[in-house]
Design a protein around this ligand. Structure first.
Ligand code: NDP
Length: 301
């Protein structure tokens, strides 16, 4: 029987609806409207689409957004100056540096320059450190979105074997950390997994993926997870977004794996919309944190 579809688009719409209510409540308490500032350097077509989608999503839930467009030839100093200005601007709560950056820019130095309280992507070493110690301030958007997806599709990970393919700082590594943690924003049932992390140097990848109760593919290679790599009844989450002649394609051979898995995410319409929804979630959290920081209160108020 074909796997049940995990409809990321519908779940993201549900989360945005919840956020709209939370933003309205935040404003009713007299707090300023949360604001996300996106920094886009250069003319990358995909990046422009991503930023536009994020801005539109902000509007839908009542979050303000700003777009700071810089030319492809921007220098490191100019970009750091822009980030510094946004750090100092009390009207900006979240800063998003759209990746990739042009080759003359040192990406790590720029991401490290974002004030940790405004780091809504959760890339700053301070925020990564807090996650690794089990006391997160912000969660990285894609792994957090996947956790929400699993929770809302009633997938339990506690005691299960989760295999994450990919060890990037953006997806694979934080995903593994969240799954192996003792608790999550959705409770301990969507944490406490036994986690294997695979990468390009993994020997016998298929041997490992076939043991997975939950398989998360974040590789960036179209259709590289085939049906023979998946245990019958496994839950399969496809993070990959690959532009091919066939259009957008995931890392999983969807048509074939769907016949083996119990639940599976499509591409597009799976993880992508959740990543955007959790960026909005983090922007509201950032506004709460900054309000609390300025007033010496708890961020939950
Ligand atoms: P990276 O290129 O940073 O990481 C890819 C990972 O896959 C690396 O760890 C790499 O191993 C591993 N890998 C590459 N080839 C193989 C292989 N043959 N077998 C096993 N592992 C392999 O990519 P990202 O993590 O940034 O993104 C992954 C994918 O997810 C991309 O398609 C990206 O577009 C997409 N993405 C989607 C998002 C969404 O919202 N849906 C958000 C972010 C990313 P090694 O470390 O050894 O090089």
């Amino acid at each position: 029987m074909a796997a049940r579809l995990m409809d990321g688009k519908a779940i993201a719409a549900e989360i945005r609806q919840e956020l709209m209510v939370s933003v309205a409540a935040f404003l009713e308490h007299g707090h300023p409207r949360p604001c996300l500032a996106a920094v886009l350097v250069g003319e990358d077509a995909a990046s422009q689409v991503y930023v536009r989608n994020k801005q539109r999503a902000c509007e839908q839930v009542g979050i303000d957004s700003q777009l700071h467009r810089l030319p492809e030839t921007t220098t490191q100093d100019e970009l750091l100056q822009t980030v510094g200005n946004l750090n100092r601007d009390n009207g900006v709560h979240g800063i998003l540096i759209q990746l990739p950056l042009p080759s003359q820019i040192d990406e790590t130095q720029v991401l490290d320059a974002v004030a940790p309280l405004k780091d809504v992507d959760a890339f700053h070493p301070t925020n990564v450190g807090l996650i690794s110690q089990g006391r997160p301030r912000y969660l990285p958007c894609t792994p957090h979105g996947i956790q929400q997806l699993l929770h809302r599709c009633e997938v339990t990970t506690a005691g299960r074997h989760a295999v994450v393919i990919g060890r990037s700082d953006i997806v694979g590594k934080p995903m593994a950390m969240l799954l192996a943690a003792r608790d999550s924003t959705c409770g301990p049932a969507v944490a406490n997994a036994t986690v294997s992390v695979c990468h390009s140097r993994t020997a016998d990848l298929t041997d490992i993926t076939r043991q997975a109760d939950l398989l998360i593919a974040a590789i960036g290679r179209p259709k590289s997870i085939t049906a023979d790599m998946v245990k019958s009844g496994a839950v399969v989450v496809d993070v990959g977004i690959n532009r091919t002649d066939e259009g957008l394609v995931g890392d999983v051979d969807f048509a074939a794996v769907r016949e083996v898995a119990s639940q599976i995410t499509p591409v597009p319409g799976g993880v992508g919309p959740l990543t955007v929804a959790m960026l909005l979630f983090n922007t509201l959290s950032a506004a709460r944190h900054q309000h609390a920081h300025q007033n010496g209160e708890s961020p939950r108020s």
